[in-house]
Design a protein around this ligand. Sequence first.
Ligand code: FAD
Length: 318
Amino acid sequence: MAEVLVLVEQLDGSVKKVTSELLTLARSLGEPSAVWVGGGLDDAAAASLAEFGAANIYVADSADLSEFAVAPKAEVLAQLIAEKSPAAVLIASNAEGKEVAGRLAVKSNSGVITDAVAVDPGFVATQSVFGGSTVVHSKVTKGTPIITIRPNSVAPEAAAGAGTKVAVSVSLSDSAKKAKVTGRTVAAKGGRPELAEAAIVVSGGRGVGAAEGFGVIESLADSLGAAVGASRAATDAGWYPHQYQVGQTGKTVSPQLYIANGISGAIQHRAGMQTSKTIVVVNKDAEAPMFELADYGVVGDLFAVVPQLTEEIKKRTS
Ligand code: FAD
């Protein structure tokens, strides 16, 4: 079975959920192998890659690799394409992943598809575009298919792989050293889970009315151990930071539970959350399109409904 390479996404040495999703998808396409670029692959990280099926873990570990931005990852992958002739390379569809994919496509003279939400065993990729109103199927016709996959498109399923570590030695070209990392600042992060990876997301929209209005959204989120999301109307108004925007031009989430408060349900918002397992809607307008997606809905003022919900949850969890 041909190998399918998965570029590992990590945060402080821990494997991110999107990598488990990519490995799960890679198993349906061939034999998955993980590619770890940069230092710090510890036993826990290696075990989590093996847990989701990585047969090999290619480890490119040198100081150079984390000293320069983005380009080294493309060079490592280009080297592995030349050496291993994989059937495809899967990369997470975030800003960095898409840049790596573009660079890799040029280096390996291959076609690239970005923002796929599925790939079938014939390597036909599915993209959901125009806010989810149009589905595009496409296939790379030249070189090695390089496909970036949107986070939360695939449900991660464990299936043990050998997880054999294979050291990869890389000597970076001069052109990969043109953008040097001069410093790293860890983004201030509250105690809440990361939006794209959270099992529960509580979101607020224009109905929240003001930045201070997000207090009730945050309290509900904290009572559930959830992440907070926001509609673009709320982030554009400056009520909540842009990194928490859910939707076509924000993050795609697919939690077990999504609670939408004061969000009308525009197609661009739905594009980022419609695959959530259970959707709860609180909106004072019974005609709001968001109710079309709802498993449970409350027609009412969120400032009356949400605090009661929070109190009730606290009673049951304390
Ligand atoms: P509104 O549509 O104004 O809805 C507010 C809702 O709150 C209403 O349904 C109202 O009944 C309800 N409400 C008001 N007060 C209360 C209250 N006290 N209690 C309960 N309910 C109340 N949007 C995104 O969210 N994410 C995206 O990524 C995104 N990308 C876009 C990309 C493009 C190219 C374009 C053109 C638009 C995009 N948008 C996106 C914007 C999108 O079209 C909508 O304008 C936006 O989602 C609306 O946000 P909203 O639902 O919070 O606001």
